[in-house]
Structure formats: structure tokens, C-alpha cells
Write a protein that binds this ligand. Structure first.
Ligand SMILES: C[S@@+](CC[C@H](N)C(=O)[O-])C[C@H]1O[C@@H](n2cnc3c(N)ncnc32)[C@H](O)[C@@H]1O
Length: 263
């Protein structure tokens, strides 16, 4: 496993991650296009379609970054809230969404609102959303399990939980080639476009510590989610997890935030 100044396990993890995304916000979209040859756009649209939302749906897109998935979900007609803790990423999201809305005036679409907040302590009541999505965000949280727990808490009974992120291919050879790409090639491309290697070397380090396809599915099972499925993309180098919150949810205290519940 590699070390990286932006990956600090424990209480300071979030602070470092936030500083990383504030630093790369201006070039984030360009680098995504470059590193995935534009494929990330298809994967995000696929995630939005799998969420199966429509005009009467309320959707939460966590770790929304510059708003790709938030906007794609709104194009399905839903009322979408994008949440992120990086002010610079949110600024980029608001600017892009305004531009996209102007370009698509007249096309059927829902609404978009952006909120600054922490994915591990969501400022929403229990059972608020028909679907909760997170794209390339779960891997960055201090606790994958607590992140999923918060997603489940704010989802309505029967609500959809969707996670898109980097994956770990089952094939050992492919995993080694992919590891080489993430550890050697990505940081160089990051340096050429942002001036620093460490911000993009962070992807490989964070993936080393991420449970990926099998571990995320296991955690979903532990949280008693239903209809769990994993879609591997590009030979498992990426994946989408889908799950449903049970209709009869074991959790209680609907309508209260965790802070309210503690009182
Ligand atoms: C790799 S970007 C993904 C952005 C976007 N969802 C996408 O797919 O392009 C990860 C985002 O997660 C945000 N993030 C990381 N940890 C967070 C947390 N605890 N709470 C809220 N946002 C967080 C970062 O600020 C960053 O914008």
C-alpha cells in the first residue's frame, strides 16, 4: 500500500480530502475527461438511469462535486439536491448547472439545489428521499459503513441507494495493470494539468483502502438492504452498486435528524 499526504486515516481524513478537492476544483472536469477518455460521463448517466427517478421523486446526490450526476438526475425530471463539503467544487457545480439549464431551456427536467454539508452527518430528516446516490465519493469518506448508514437513514422505505466508484478487477493481471496506470500514469497526467502529482496519486492510495465491489456489497447486506446488485464497468475497474431500503425499515424516529434524536 502507498502513502499520500492527502490520505490521513482518522479524525483528520475529511480535512485533508476537502483541501484536496478545493485545490483541484478548477481542473477536475478536464482531468476526468482525460483520465477516462470521456467514459465517466456514460457511467454517470447509467447511474442516473438505474436510479429510476421521475418528476415526482426527491433525490439526494452525495459528494456531488461539480454536479455531473446531480444534473443527470434532474434531466430524468427529479427534484435533486447535490451535497458536497468543498466550497470550490460547489461553486463549479452551480456555474455549470446554470450554464446547462440555459442550454437546455425547454427540455423536460426537474430542479437542482446545492447544499454544503458533510456526507457523514447529513442535514436532512430520516426518510426524505426516493433515491440517494454517491459517485466517486464513498471511497473518500472516513467510514464507508457510516456513509452508507447515513444514505439509508435519509432514504424513504423502498428507496434506492446507488454507489458509483473505482473498483478492483477480479483478474490479478488486470489488477496489476490497472494499479500501474493509477500509480504511475495518472499522477503524471495530474502533474501536467494541475502542477502536482500527489493530488492524483491519492486515487490509488484511497482505492487501496476501499473495500470496492465485494466489501461494499457485504456492508450493504449487513445494513439489511435488499435487491443488492453490482454492475462491473470496464472489466471491473469501476462499478455501480444498487440496493433498496426495505419497506418495513428497522430504523425508527422518522422525521428527526441524528442531532434531534440525541436530545
Ligand atoms: C471524486 S469527487 C466526485 C465528484 C462527483 N460526484 C463526480 O462523480 O464527479 C469527490 C467529492 O466528494 C466530496 N467529499 C468528500 N468527502 C466528503 C464528505 N465527507 N462530505 C461531503 N463531501 C465530501 C469532495 O469534496 C469531492 O467534491
Amino acid at each position: 500500500m502507498t502513502s499520500n499526504p492527502y490520505f490521513v486515516p482518522g479524525p483528520h481524513r475529511a480535512e485533508k480530502v476537502k483541501s484536496l478537492f478545493d485545490a483541484v476544483a478548477g481542473r477536475y472536469d478536464l482531468l476526468n475527461d482525460l483520465l477516462s477518455l470521456g467514459l465517466h460521463r456514460h457511467w454517470k448517466k447509467r447511474l442516473a438511469r438505474m436510479a429510476n427517478v421521475g418528476p415526482s421523486c426527491r433525490v439526494l446526490d452525495l459528494c456531488c462535486g461539480t454536479g455531473d450526476v446531480t444534473f443527470a438526475l434532474s434531466m430524468e425530471g427529479a427534484a435533486v439536491v447535490g451535497l458536497d463539503f468543498s466550497p470550490r467544487m460547489l461553486e463549479a457545480a452551480r456555474t455549470r448547472t446554470r450554464r446547462q439549464e440555459q442550454q437546455r431551456r425547454g427540455a423536460s427536467q426537474g430542479t437542482v439545489a446545492y447544499v454544503q454539508g458533510d456526507a457523514l452527518r447529513l442535514p436532512f430528516c430520516d426518510q426524505t428521499f426516493d433515491a440517494v446516490t454517491i459517485s466517486y465519493g464513498l471511497r473518500n469518506l472516513a467510514s464507508v459503513e457510516n456513509g452508507l448508514r447515513e444514505m439509508v437513514r435519509v432514504a424513504k422505505p423502498g428507496g434506492r441507494i446507488l454507489v458509483l466508484d473505482f473498483g478492483k478487477p477480479d483478474s490479478g493481471l488486470l489488477r496489476r495493470c490497472y494499479g500501474f496506470f493509477l500509480r504511475r500514469v495518472v499522477p503524471i497526467l495530474g502533474k501536467l494539468s494541475t502542477g502536482g502529482t500527489e493530488a492524483y496519486a491519492y486515487i490509488a492510495t484511497s482505492l487501496d483502502h476501499y473495500p470496492a465491489q465485494h466489501g461494499v456489497a457485504e456492508t450493504m447486506k449487513r445494513l439489511k438492504l435488499e435487491n443488492i446488485s453490482v454492475v462491473n464497468l470496464l472489466f471491473g475497474t469501476m462499478s455501480i452498486h444498487f440496493a433498496r431500503k426495505p419497506l418495513a425499515s428497522p430504523d425508527s424516529g422518522a422525521g428527526r435528524t441524528p442531532a434531534q434524536k440525541a436530545t
